[in-house]
Structure formats: structure tokens, C-alpha cells
Design a protein around this ligand. Structure first.
Ligand code: SF4
Length: 460
């Protein structure tokens, strides 16, 4: 891999039909992750065993927790004649053997190409008595020849609300929050900030406690965490919905708005100072509460570090890649630190991405390269043409970082070679502090490494 990267040419070619080292992964991975955030839910992959194994192992490697899921286990026969009988058998087996409250089905490339109709198959499962009383089957279409893990997450969030949300007519004093494709630690932090504000929330999906739970010596197939069915049902009666990250969360929020008249506020992920300010302000307005002193203090601490360390951030060029919602907020945060994000690539398609990044970076003194549905090869070429001081992205960036000798901060999905992301948030003011610490650590370690003897400083 490293040897191959050394041969990455600097001349850019206009590629339309070829992607090299995509900056994204399969839709079902996002759908599986969203399903795990519902309490008592067993994700089910309607396709071949290979897809399911790959998706489970990617999540397991990122979270360092066992990830369970069923599979329709397609063979040649089901690939030709359709997977209905496999899925009916699977639903029966899952409820009988593993006793989940919910089976959450997502499709794969194969089942979508055959044209399996999930609505019809799930209805048949009910008609044939394969779904026990008080149990649920929800579903979402997630073929990987379109979108990415982010759109898979988004589709399953919509599958969750359309499977559960109800309207009783009695307005509840609560706010729905769709956190986006973020870490369990981030979901925990969003809940902590909301409760600090005194706002009752239903956060869904919620993988905190499921993919960052404690070691107890006992295995629980359905850990304590996750949004409950009762909570999900109540989302149709909430005061409003805050969708964090338009790529991952707006679909479900708009569904609640259109079907149940629950108004939604679609915001960026609360990563960094400006985006966290907007999140806190939205919570304040929807719930009609005041911002407590404790949150003002956290904000002040973040502003303090931003100003104290400004000389180390100022003018540093950054390349970043990953998921669109993360990149939009990160770019805004970097600009607020007087850093210069020069190359920005997401593997997820969507015209709106480049437009948003261009609006955020329009006052920068240098031109910015931005690409949706791009790949790591292009990012590497851009870096070769305009070198950077820092690279931010998931584990796959380590090859470019090593090849170009660039300080590297791991952020996003997947992170396969480090820990911490499940436990320490990067959202909110405290998350902003953690990000600053990581960025500063990488920059100052490099400064120390390269400093000549006479300017190797003890105090910085
Ligand atoms: S790209 Fe399609 S076939 Fe391949 S692992 Fe992903 S879902 Fe399965």
C-alpha cells in the first residue's frame, strides 16, 4: 500500500467511472449502526453472508465491542429466485432463538438488484404469524451502489420513525434529537448538554451504553442502552425535532414534520464553537429555557484555549476527509481557529456539500479544493500539489500521513487502530476542547521533533 502511494502522480486526471480508495463504505453499515441504537433491536442484513460479516466486523473493529446481526444468507437459488423465503425463515429464527423486541431489516446490493420488496415480505411475515405479539419488524432500503454508510444511517433513521412514531394528539413537553452518525460518546454528551439545559429529550438512535458499555464479566445480547420502543412511539407528540447533520438526520426529521406536524430544526453537527452555539440556541428556543451558568462556563473554557493557543493554529493548512456532516462542522471550526482547510473530500455524494463548504471558506486567502463523492487518491494528489501542515480523517489516512510525513489526527469513521473515540466526545464545548487538544498535540509534537537544538522549547 505504502509503496503504491509513493507512485501517486501529481497530474490530475478527470475521472468519471473510476474510484480509487473510496472515502466511504457500504450503506448497510450505517443502517446496522442506527439499528443498534434502539433498545432490544437485532439488525438483520437481507443479502449474502459476506456482506453481513464485513459490516459487522467493521463496526466491531471501530467500537471494540461485539456487534450482532442476522443475515438472510443468500445462496445461488435466492440470488436468482428472490430472498423472500430466506427472510421469512430468518425472522422466525431470530424471534424464536435470540428473542429481540425488534428485528430491523436492511437490504444489500444483491437483494435490491433482484428487486425484493421489503414492504410485501414484512407484511407476509405478519400474515404468516412469524412476528410474535408485541414484537416489531422495521426496515429500510440500503443498496451500496448508491450513497454511503451515511445515507444508510439516514435511511434507517427514517425506517425507525416510520416504524414506530405515533400521534396521540397530546403534546409532550419533550424535544426529539437525531444525533447523526456520531460516536456513542457524542450521543452521551448531547444528552448531558440537553439535561444540563433542563430539556427533556428523546434521542434516537442512541448507541451510548451499547457500543461503549462497561466490562461486567457478563455478555448481554441487548445491553441496557438504546432508545426504547415507548420513547420512539412518543416522537410524534414531541414539541419539535432537532436534526444534527443534514446528510444523516434530515430525512427522519422531515418525515416527523410532514406526517405528524412536529416542526424540525436542521442544524450542523455541534462540533466546534459556532455549531455548538447554534445547537444550544436551538434547544433554548424550542424548549423555552435559559442557558445555565454551567454551560456558559464550559463555553468560556473552550474560548480560552482557542485564544491562548491561537499562535499555533494561525495560518496552518489542513487537509480533511470523511463524512459530510462531520466535515462541514470541522471546516467551520478550523476557520474559526484561523486555520486554513485547503483540501476537503467526502466519499458521500451530494451537491449541497461543496456549496456549504465553499460558503464557509469563501473569505480564506487561498483557493480551497472540495469534492463530494471523491476518493483518497484525489486527496493525496491535491496534497502532493499543495502540501499541508495537518491531516484529519479516519484510520485510512495513515498511509497518506506516513507517505507525506504529515501530522495526523484521527477523527471520524472508521478508526480501527486507536481507542478513545467511543468514550471521549468531540461534540459540544467539551468535545471542542478535546479536538483542540488533539490538533495541538499533533502540531506541537511535530514542532518538537523538527526543532533545532537551540529552539527546542520547554514551555510553549
Ligand atoms: S458493496 Fe454491496 S455487496 Fe459489497 S459488501 Fe457492501 S452491501 Fe454487500
Amino acid at each position: 500500500m505504502i509503496m503504491l502511494l509513493r507512485h501517486t502522480p501529481t497530474e490530475l486526471a478527470d475521472r468519471k467511472a473510476l474510484m480509487i480508495n473510496p472515502a466511504k463504505t457500504c450503506q448497510p453499515i450505517g443502517a446496522m449502526y442506527a439499528s443498534l441504537g434502539i433498545h432490544g433491536c437485532m439488525p438483520h442484513s437481507h443479502g449474502s453472508q459476506g456482506c453481513c460479516s464485513y459490516h459487522r466486523s467493521t463496526l466491531t473493529r471501530h467500537y471494540k465491542e461485539p456487534v450482532v446481526a442476522g443475515t438472510s444468507s443468500f445462496t445461488e437459488g435466492s440470488s436468482v429466485f428472490g430472498g423472500q423465503s430466506n427472510m421469512l425463515q430468518a425472522i422466525d429464527n431470530l424471534f424464536t432463538i435470540y428473542e429481540p423486541d425488534i428485528v430491523s431489516v436492511h437490504t444489500t446490493c444483491l437483494s435490491e438488484t433482484i428487486g425484493d420488496d421489503l414492504t410485501q415480505i414484512v407484511q407476509k411475515a405478519h400474515d404468516d404469524g412469524k412476528v410474535p405479539e408485541g414484537k416489531y419488524v422495521i426496515y429500510a432500503p440500503t443498496p451500496s451502489y448508491v450513497g454511503s454508510h451515511v445515507t444508510g444511517f439516514s435511511n434507517m433513521c427514517k425506517g425507525i420513525v416510520s416504524g414506530f412514531a405515533e400521534k396521540t394528539g397530546e403534546k409532550l413537553d419533550q424535544v426529539n434529537i437525531i444525533p447523526g452518525f456520531v460516536e456513542p460518546s457524542d450521543m452521551e454528551e448531547i444528552k448531558r448538554l440537553s439535561s444540563e439545559m433542563g430539556v427533556k429529550t428523546v434521542l434516537f438512535p442512541d448507541t451510548s451504553g451499547i457500543l461503549n458499555g462497561p466490562q461486567t464479566g457478563k455478555y448481554h445480547m441487548y445491553p441496557k442502552g438504546g432508545t426504547t420502543v415507548e420513547e420512539m412511539k412518543s416522537t410524534g407528540d414531541s414539541m419539535g425535532t432537532i436534526a444534527l447533520g443534514s446528510f444523516a438526520s434530515s430525512l427522519a426529521a422531515k418525515f416527523l414534520d410532514t406526517k405528524f406536524k412536529v416542526p424540525c430544526d436542521i442544524l450542523e453537527l455541534p462540533i466546534g464553537l459556532p455549531a455548538t452555539d447554534r445547537f444550544i440556541d436551538s434547544l433554548r428556543k424550542i424548549a423555552g429555557v435559559n442557558v445555565p451558568e454551567s454551560i456558559t462556563r464550559e463555553r468560556g473554557q473552550l474560548v480560552d484555549v482557542m485564544t491562548d493557543m491561537q499562535q499555533y493554529f494561525y495560518g496552518k493548512k489542513v487537509a480533511l476527509f470523511g463524512d459530510p456532516d462531520q466535515l462541514i462542522s470541522l471546516t467551520e471550526f478550523l476557520v474559526s481557529l484561523d486555520m486554513i482547510p485547503v483540501h476537503i473530500v467526502t466519499g458521500t455524494p451530494g451537491k449541497q456539500f461543496a456549496e456549504t463548504i465553499q460558503a464557509i471558506t469563501k473569505d480564506l486567502p487561498v483557493p480551497v479544493n472540495v469534492k463530494a463523492h471523491g476518493d483518497m487518491f484525489l486527496l493525496h494528489q491535491w496534497i502532493k500539489n499543495t502540501p499541508v501542515d495537518l491531516l484529519i480523517g479516519n484510520t485510512y489516512g495513515k498511509y497518506i500521513a506516513r507517505d507525506e510525513d504529515i501530522p495526523f489526527v484521527r477523527h471520524g469513521f472508521p478508526i480501527l487502530d486507536r481507542v478513545g473515540h467511543s468514550y471521549f466526545p468531540t461534540v459540544g464545548y467539551k468535545g471542542g476542547l478535546r479536538l483542540l487538544e488533539k490538533i495541538l498535540g499533533a502540531l506541537l509534537d511535530r514542532q518538537d521533533r523538527d526543532a533545532p537544538e537551540e529552539s527546542f522549547e520547554l514551555v510553549m
